[in-house]
Design a binder for this molecule. Sequence first.
Ligand SMILES: NC(=O)c1ccc[n+]([C@@H]2O[C@H](COP(=O)([O-])OP(=O)(O)OC[C@H]3O[C@@H](n4cnc5c(N)ncnc54)[C@H](OP(=O)(O)O)[C@@H]3O)[C@@H](O)[C@H]2O)c1
Length: 299
Amino acid sequence: MDLVTGAFSFTGRYIAARLLEDGGEVRTLTRRPRSESPFGDRIEAMPLDFSNQDALVAALRGADTLYNTYWIRFPDRQTTFEAAVRNSSTLFEAARAAGVRRVVQLSVTNADPASRYPYFRGKAAVEAVLAGSGISHAIVRPTLLFGDGEVLVNNIAWLLRRFPVFVLPGAGCRTQPVAAEDVAELCVEAAGERENVIFDAAGPDVLTFEELARLVRESVGSRARPVRGGPRTALTLARLLGAITRQTVLTREELGALEDDLLTSAAPPRGRRRLAEWVSASGADLGATFASGENRPWR
Ligand SMILES: NC(=O)c1ccc[n+]([C@@H]2O[C@H](COP(=O)([O-])OP(=O)(O)OC[C@H]3O[C@@H](n4cnc5c(N)ncnc54)[C@H](OP(=O)(O)O)[C@@H]3O)[C@@H](O)[C@H]2O)c1
């Protein structure tokens, strides 16, 4: 049995699906009700409650590998990044107490203790906690993930379907999207290794934001005109849209990370699935509804 945090959410769902396909048994820790399970009764769900260490240990007992996807996209009234680091540490402690053999930790490309972005600093802090824990581990650092259930590309499509212009944040934003399926495969492979490892999970193509938007535009048959508005205009419009939809559409930090190329990798890409192929296959559904990215990291 393996434990996947957030198996009803995005990346965790892909990891759980991979494990089930391989004939494994999966348990999850989640805030979500069982009714949200895309797996029916095939996955046992327990509450992700960091204040109850005994319950965490009990949930983790008998698990071979903990696949940890837990993180927050931005701080809110309930959880700061510092708290998310502490929560991750609590989870690793529980894993050790429960005798879990290996932890596979979802991090992010360019996690750095000196980063000016709290998200990337926090991820580096969690990596350091895990590295110092003595538990056998793999740290997988994805770029921007794509796949069914993701938010960013979907919401670009949503905008392109509805408005005559699409404001680009600037020429400098680049990303190297990786398929959630590829990340899941890499995580499961890394669970099977013995050495402690850390590696980037990036896709085969580096795209500017403009190339990404044009790809989506073509796929959904939009006639919206992409215009370069600059980061400040893009952020202002994202906030306006956020006020209407009651969502955090794009944070300053997320835009900054894209401008600083933090969602690209210097290593040879390990992901093989191409964003262009997924976008063209998903065209009919992409952006049909606005996807909620409330505290779901990097949507
Ligand atoms: N998505 C990307 O493009 C991307 C890129 C780079 C790195 N990553 C990393 O990959 C991992 C998975 O990302 P994802 O986008 O797939 O995220 P996600 O599924 O939306 O969330 C991951 C997990 O975090 C939990 N979570 C989120 N906010 C929480 C809160 N306030 N309190 C308690 N639990 C909370 C979710 O719990 P529930 O199941 O209860 O919702 C879920 O278990 C994260 O560590 C993220 O940093 C993602």
